[in-house]
Design a binder for this molecule. Structure first.
Ligand code: SF4
Length: 352
């Protein structure tokens, strides 16, 4: 049969078949394959149903040689709209790199009795003289009581007059001394020392200054006035102490004493200490402390404790001239004096 005449006939046959199938379906013959019905109703002529590509071998994945208009359009997947994922809040670099806050240092404060504007407590007028201090038990020499080899042995017992007479003899030797050429040629006078020749306490300073050189007495300038305040605040009296210096002559322009000068004058100092034979010595300043104790230790390491010289207890503290230049150090001196006087039986921490 000619193809031109067979096609309408085929269409008619399929229409008839479709009508028959609908009739059978309405009659309950549902066992017929649904795919047959679909095939007869949807598949256009001349097209190839697409197969699932799931099981197709890779060689068959090549594009099929069919006309583009005959290929069923492949539905594109709906575009995926990415849901933004919440991100943790970012920390500003300026904040995250901030250094940890440091604890503010608490300044150390002096907890002792309040000091006056001068750094030394104001006196109450009830200062206790040395002679009324509680009696101390006689000191028993121990192995630590090192007597320097050049220290003359004290002559005891002796009266005040005998001690003063011995000091007068020594003073005459000092007045005539010219061991230090420069000092001997520039001094106005020698400055030997003043005070009670039988006292329990000797104060030793560095060397005479201009005022001392003019008046012939140690500690009479501004530093001497501050020392007087310290003495009074410590419930002592100047006239009941003995005060002298390492050097008996003033160095020009108040320069520091030279070691040979200190060595030259040491004999006179040891003579004074031998006559007086004190229980306590207070060294005011580095020069006094280092020369008496024959040490190179700084005053900061020597203060705050008792050293031993012969049978005397030695306390070292800052020189009043240093306190004039460095007032905050006054509290350190006051602590030293509290420590010193406590050993003498006087409580300076008490306000009464
Ligand atoms: S400082 Fe002492 S040793 Fe030197 S000349 Fe004066 S008294 Fe003599």
């Amino acid at each position: 049969m000619d193809a031109r005449h067979s096609r309408p006939l085929l269409i008619d046959m399929m229409r008839a078949l479709r009508q028959q199938l609908e009739i059978l379906s309405r009659a309950g013959l549902t066992h017929l394959e649904k795919s047959v019905v679909e095939a007869t109703t949807t598949a256009p002529a001349g097209t190839i149903p697409a197969r699932s590509s799931a099981a197709r071998p890779a060689a068959e994945m090549a594009p099929a040689p069919v006309a583009p208009k005959a290929v069923s359009p492949v539905s594109q997947p709906a575009p995926v709209i990415a849901t933004p994922i919440p991100q943790p809040p970012t920390i500003s670099p300026a904040i995250s790199t901030l250094p940890a806050q440091r604890e503010e240092a608490t300044p150390q404060r002096y907890t002792g009795p309040a000091a006056s504007a001068t750094g030394i407590p104001a006196t109450t007028g009830d200062s206790t003289p040395v002679r009324s201090l509680p009696a101390k038990a006689p000191q028993v020499p121990t192995e630590n009581n090192s007597t320097p080899p050049d220290m003359p042995q004290p002559k005891s017992p002796r009266s005040r007059a005998q001690a003063q007479a011995a000091l007068n003899v020594l003073n005459e030797q000092v007045k005539a001394c010219r061991r230090c050429d420069e000092l001997a040629s520039t001094r106005t006078q020698t400055v030997f020392g003043v005070g009670d020749p039988t006292t329990r306490i000797v104060f030793i300073g560095e060397a005479p200054g201009a005022d001392e050189d003019a008046q012939g007495e140690p500690f009479v300038g501004r530093a001497g006035q501050l020392l007087n305040q310290i003495i009074t605040a410590s419930k002592l009296k100047r006239e009941e102490l003995y005060i002298c210096n390492i050097l008996k002559c003033r160095p020009p322009n108040n320069r520091p004493p030279a070691e040979p000068e200190c060595a030259n004058c040491r004999e006179y100092l040891l003579g004074q200490l031998s006559v007086i034979d004190p229980e306590y010595i207070v060294c005011w300043g580095t020069v006094a402390a280092q020369n008496l104790l024959s040490t190179k230790l700084p005053i900061g390491k020597l203060r705050g404790k008792f050293m031993q010289f012969g049978r005397a207890k030695v306390l070292c503290t800052y020189h009043p001239s240093y306190l004039l230049r460095n007032p905050p150090a006054k509290k350190d001196v006051w602590q030293d004096m509290q420590f010193f006087m406590a050993d003498l039986g006087v409580d300076l921490k008490s306000k009464t």
